[in-house]
Ligand binder design. Structure first.
Ligand code: ADP
Ligand code: MG
Length: 649
């Protein structure tokens, strides 16, 4: 059985793609039939333009014929898919081109290693074999040289070593001496002879009859047809099957991590050789990620400030007090009637009276001046106050004027310095014994006043047992609709002025202020988030742009990798790895820069809230950006036709 059998192979270019195009495609190969046995040294000779390279691309499974059958070891390769063809190239063929076709960013040894990479050979073995091959070809001293640091003859030797890397059962050499001086050319021919003698099948393509004459069999091609075939002059040698016994191919897949490792290393090399461009791309991502982190921190900070206001003054709450009385016109105190009046106004959800006067609280021998308060049930909802221990007083306590109290944190600290549980214990408020039933949540200081230095008792108890009057110091009003707060405040002032016959109450409208702050904070967060998102997207587009450029520049490299057996997934993975590597590097830098900005803002006193989640999210977005924006260019690269890719400049 022949190793390779071509039956009436035809290849034409310029198939009309649209109506109106030249309807007659040019036939380059016009019925080639050829059998090649294992171990033969065949030269295919013909004038320039006769179709030799086209034939070689078909022989090497880089290209498919338009018609005809290609049997490889008896199997019709037309049924093979892209991956199966890649495997055939990887395991059976070794290409040597006129233009060497080495990957410029990789060293001689790395170039030789490429086919084994796609065959899944372990790194150490790969390295040793590449080194051994290069040493055998007298390139041992040039292992780490880049292609541009090598002469043409040396580059061609690297290419031959690469062709042999996976065994090179069939060496396909297309004008291997075409770009070389006669001396280097002779050396390359000598190497091909040695390979043929060692049992490799060598198919040499040349326009030079003298070079062709060195082969054992000469096939002459003219205008896409075979016009002469010397046949196998050394038929006996054709049975030679031994070829490079030293090659043990790892047919299995390399481990994913080793693959990724390799892809990352290759990606790093490419990025490094394009440092400036990589830097610019990185910058886009860094700015994007850093701005997301910084802006979310600032937005979070301003929202936290607004929330702190809610904590202190309650949500949708405003306060009514009688104006400072002057000596000449002492203003009448607020009354419970006023509370009812306010309650009856539209948009008022609740109104709570609050008597507030200085008191002395005492426990054991500790005296403490504090703010005493009496208020009705439900005040805690209006004011947004909570107890952290115990309970609030209830309607029954109010009805009975029960001697129960809820104390602030400062009072607790002062009177219960011994650390005992205050709930259930008795304290004196202006000499009247009250039982502590709850402790209020800490509120901190507002406008220099300690909000936690207070005791609160039922309104009825405060009026009857402590202060001796029922006039609220202020009234807390909760409005239904924040948007109407200002109108409601005006309505309260008007109505009370009408009723009291004098305009002497003041509504302290925090709601409007808080509403505006909330809206500002929300708008700011949204705007900051938008800016941050835009910068991330711009960074992503930068990545895509660079990737598209990279793919275009490296189309030939993609072709080389495919010729040496890379699957589409290998190419896809390589470019995706590059994109993700750039974006993760950018993301990491961005997180660092973002944290630095947050730290500086913190030192400058700007309220910021740092969120680890946001940082991780921004980093994740950056990597995702790389995946998304890198995918299209990577897929374009993976889908390239090997012949087209190889032919590109
Ligand atoms: P050789 O290698 O013998 O010099 P080629 O096989 O490269 O010849 O080319 C044979 C003919 O096919 C030439 O006329 C060339 O112009 C044509 N040809 C080769 N590749 C293409 C292509 N991709 N599209 C159109 N014509 C092509
Ligand atoms: Mg050619």
């Amino acid at each position: 059985m022949s190793l390779i059998e071509l039956q009436d192979i035809r290849r034409s270019y310029g198939q009309p793609q649209r109506t109106g195009d030249d309807p007659s495609p040019t036939q380059v190969l016009r019925g080639i039939s050829l059998k090649i046995r294992a171990g033969e040294f065949v030269a295919i000779v013909g004038a320039s333009g006769s179709g030799k390279s086209t034939l070689m691309n078909i022989l090497g499974c880089l290209d498919r014929p338009s018609s005809g059958r290609y049997l490889f070891e008896g199997k019709d390769v037309s049924g093979f898919d892209a991956d199966a063809l890649a495997r055939l190239r990887r395991e059976a063929f070794g290409f040597v081109f006129q233009g060497y076709h080495l990957v410029q960013t990789e060293s001689a040894r790395e170039n030789v290693e490429i086919p084994a990479l796609y065959a899944g050979m372990p790194e150490a073995e790969r390295r040793a074999r590449a080194t051994a091959l290069l040493e055998r070809l007298a390139m041992g001293a040039r292992l780490d040289h880049r292609p541009h640091q090598l002469s043409g003859g040396q580059q061609q030797r690297v290419a031959i070593a690469r062709a042999l890397m996976n065994g090179g059962r069939i060496i396909l050499a297309d004008e291997p001496t075409g770009a070389l001086d006669s001396e280097s050319g002779a050396e390359v021919m000598k190497l091909l002879h040695e390979l043929a003698d060692a049992g490799h099948t060598v198919i040499l393509i040349t326009h030079d009859r003298q070079i062709a004459a060195q082969a054992n069999r000469i096939v002459e091609i003219r205008d896409g047809q075979i016009v002469a075939d010397s046949g196998d002059a050394h038929a006996a040698a054709g049975t030679a099957q031994s070829h490079d016994g030293g090659c043990a191919l790892g047919h299995g897949q390399a481990s994913i991590s080793a693959d990724l490792n390799e892809a990352a290393r290759a990606a790093w090399r490419v990025m490094w050789s394009n440092r400036f461009r990589t830097g610019l791309t990185l910058l886009g991502i860094v700015i994007g990620v850093a701005s997301v982190i910084a802006m979310l921190a600032v937005g979070g900070g301003s929202q936290k400030q607004v929330l702190a206001q809610f904590e202190t003054f309650g949500v949708r709450t405003m306060f009514i007090s009688a104006r400072e009385s002057s000596a000449r016109a002492p203003s009448a105190p607020l009354t419970l009637d006023d509370v009812d009046t306010v309650r009856s106004l539209p948009n008022v959800e609740a109104a709570t009276p609050y008597i507030e006067e200085r008191v002395v609280v005492r426990r054991g021998n500790v005296d403490h001046g504090s703010e005493g308060g009496g208020t009705t049930v439900g005040f805690n909802h209006v004011l947004g106050w909570r107890v952290t221990e115990g309970t609030m007083f209830d309607a029954v306590d109010e009805e009975r004027a029960a001697k129960v109290t809820v104390i602030g944190q400062t009072v607790r600290k002062t009177l219960f310095a011994d650390g005992s549980d205050p709930v259930g214990q008795e304290i004196l408020i202006d000499k009247v014994p009250f039982q502590v039933i709850g402790v209020l949540a800490a509120k901190g200081t507002t406008d220099g006043e300690d909000q936690d230095d207070r005791v609160v008792v039922p309104f009825s108890a405060a009026a009857a047992r402590i202060f001796g009057h029922r006039n609220p110091t202020w009234i807390a009003v909760q409005v239904r609709d924040m948007q109407q707060a200002t109108a409601t405040a005006d309505a309260i002032e008007d109505r009370l002025a009408h009723k009291r016959r004098v305009r002497d109450v003041h509504v302290w409208n925090r709601v409007e202020a808080i509403r505006m702050q909330t809206e500002t904070a929300r708008a700011m967060t949204m705007m900051l988030g938008l800016i941050a998102t835009i910068s991330l997207v711009v960074g992503g587009i930068g990545v895509m742009n660079v990737m598209l450029m990279t793919v275009r520049e490296r189309t030939r490299e993609v072709g080389i990798r495919m010729a040496t057996g890379a699957r589409q997934t290998d190419i896809l993975r390589q470019f995706m790895t590059e994109a993700v590597l750039v974006t993760s590097a950018g993301g990491t830098l961005g997180v660092i820069v973002g944290l630095a900005i947050v730290a500086v803002l913190m030192l400058a006193g700007v309220p910021v809230v740092f969120s680890l989640l946001a940082s991780l999210g921004a980093f994740g977005c950056a990597v995702l950006t790389g995946l998304i924006f890198g995918f299209m260019p990577a897929r374009n690269a993976a889908r390239l036709d090997p012949v087209v890719a190889l032919a590109s400049q």
